[in-house]
Design a protein around this ligand. Structure first.
Ligand SMILES: NC(=O)c1ccc[n+]([C@@H]2O[C@H](COP(=O)([O-])OP(=O)(O)OC[C@H]3O[C@@H](n4cnc5c(N)ncnc54)[C@H](OP(=O)(O)O)[C@@H]3O)[C@@H](O)[C@H]2O)c1
Length: 248
């Protein structure tokens, strides 16, 4: 018996990295899992096969989270295919930026980052709220930089994650009367394609994590799965840091 038997979850950006690991962790607890992706259908298909191998229903949906209509439509498509939705994990994001006072930034990329990391997430949550049952779960993946920027060149990305965290606290207040919990997970440095442990930034990042190593996607997914379970029913408006001590 899994703690999430009979539940349906969507994980945005589930084709790789922390999203794929979170989808698999939810399936390990018995949830049926939909994932979304933007541009890698083959990788999404492979994750769906891994999910189905665990004995749950699974499907992948292409949806660009930079487009609020697509982000909201994704929720409708999941409910049409699976019959309901219990758990929304908003994970998809991009990261980029530039130094304030340095070279001119690519403003279109900055605007798109805000659309993906904040506006699209909010659109998905807005679409999900009327469809979630009492006791539903909303879990968003933020970043340790929302607590401590830590480095130069992070202002634009940090702003998107801090906005997401502020929205999540407000949403926790709005939805508590229905037993819907709204929480945020703050990863530190996690070895993914988005931030490879052998990438050029690692030398700057590593000394700032108390544990002196990158995290694994599965270590973030464990926290996501906990927040989705009935055991986390009194946790809302919280930030769960899984950052190897980056904020310590
Ligand atoms: N890795 C870290 O060190 C770290 C640290 C702190 C926070 N985080 C946060 O953790 C989350 C996952 O990070 P990650 O490192 O696992 O990312 P990643 O390896 O770059 O994977 C990103 C995922 O998001 C999807 N995606 C990107 N843009 C999208 C869009 N416009 N619409 C829909 N899906 C989109 C990608 O789909 P495709 O495969 O189709 O491109 C992919 O599934 C993000 O919220 C990130 O900000 C990561």
């Amino acid at each position: 018996m899994g703690k999430l038997d009979g539940k349906v979850a969507i994980v945005t950006g589930g084709s790789r990295g922390i999203g794929a690991a979170s989808a698999l962790a939810l399936a390990d607890e018995g949830a049926d899992v939909a994932i979304s992706y933007s541009s890698s259908p083959d990788r999404a298909k492979a994750v769906v096969a891994d999910l189905e191998a665990k004995g749950v229903r699974a499907a992948a949906f292409q949806a660009d989270q930079a487009d609020a209509a697509q982000a909201a439509g994704l929720i409708q498509r999941v409910v049409e295919q699976f019959g309901k939705l219990d758990i929304l994990v908003s994970n998809a994001a991009v990261s980029g930026g530039g130094l304030l006072g340095g070279e001119p930034v690519d403003q279109a990329a900055i605007d798109r980052q805000l659309a993906v990391n904040y506006t699209g997430v909010v659109a998905g949550i807005q679409a999900a709220v009327p469809l979630l049952p009492d006791g539903g779960r909303i879990i968003s993946i933020s970043s340790g930089v929302a607590t401590r920027a830590g480095f130069q060149g992070m202002a634009y990305y940090t702003g998107t994650k801090s906005a997401l965290e502020g929205f999540s606290r407000g949403a926790a207040r709005d939805l508590a009367h229905r037993g819907i919990t709204v929480n945020v997970v703050q990863p530190g440095f996690v070895d993914t394609e988005g931030n490879p442990a052998d990438g050029p930034a690692a030398a700057v990042f590593l000394p700032t994590a108390a544990m002196g190593r990158y995290g694994r996607p599965e270590e973030i997914a464990a926290g996501v799965a906990f927040l989705a379970t009935p055991q986390a029913s009194y946790v809302t408006g919280a930030v769960l840091r899984i950052d190897g001590g980056y904020a310590a």
